[in-house]
Design a protein. Structure first.
Length: 239
């Protein structure tokens, strides 16, 4: 054992290698490059919010079942709830009625559904087809979802011919009777009070338009307060 000698050539230190210095220099160069990019960049709030909402909705399914997204009061929670409402309504019509057109007018705010009148009503009558009762029940269930800070509304509009000139009919017609029948059917099935509005529009009576709104509760309350104040002003009372 005493004859064995230690060879100094085998004592190779990696710290003294020129490769280490080159690697460190490249690393610092890349770091400086990204620091310069961040310093000269200008954040865009709209794109940042869109990316955040996309990531939040994409990974929402990975959250544990005990996490209830609809109870969030933050902006992300409201966006997710509005998207979920529109996706649910879209699924309702895709399942129950084949001949229907669904349009996202304002994602997260307004969705429009266009459908043939006789796919909902019996021909020439105000009777709703029994086969469409499940459709009404699912719409009521969608409108009844409770989300803090939001409310869901439905406008049911049926086309009507002009009675004279550019005036819609003011008396009882098949179209007005059908609109009333739809409103009564929705209320009988438990639609939240004030969530369903019906009306006429100039157009083909063979076509129905439904608009589904997602509105902040404070916005609806503000509109009501403005309307109430306008009524008092017209009545001559102090505001």
């Amino acid at each position: 054992m005493d004859d064995l000698e230690y060879t100094p050539a085998a004592d190779y230190s990696f710290a003294n290698s020129p490769t280490t210095a080159l690697f460190l220099a490249l690393y610092l160069l890349v770091l400086a490059f990204f620091i310069v990019l961040v310093s000269i960049s200008s954040p865009e709030e709209v794109k940042s919010r869109a990316v955040m909402n996309s990531l939040t909705s994409t990974f929402a399914s990975l959250l544990p079942p005990t996490t209830d997204l609809t109870t969030l009061a933050s902006r992300e929670g409201e966006v997710l709830a509005a998207q979920a409402f529109q996706e649910q309504v879209q699924g309702v019509f895709a399942t129950e009625i084949r001949v229907v057109r669904v349009e996202m007018v304002q994602p997260g705010r307004l969705m429009r559904v266009v459908m043939p009148t006789e796919s909902l009503f019996m021909p020439g009558t105000t009777d709703i087809r029994e086969a469409q009762f499940p459709l009404l029940d699912r719409i009521v269930a969608s409108l009844s979802v409770t989300t803090p800070g939001l409310r869901y509304d439905l406008e049911f509009i049926i086309g009507s011919r002009y009675e004279s000139g550019t005036n819609l009919p003011t008396g009882e017609t098949l179209e007005t009777a059908r609109a009333g029948a739809f409103a009564r059917a929705m209320l009988q099935r438990g639609a939240p009070p004030g969530s369903v509005a019906v009306g006429l529009r100039p157009g083909d009576p063979a076509e129905i338009v439904m608009r589904f709104y997602v509105r902040p509760e404070n916005e609806v309350r503000l509109q009501f307060e403005k309307s109430f104040a306008a009524v008092k002003t017209r009545a001559g009372e102090p505001r």
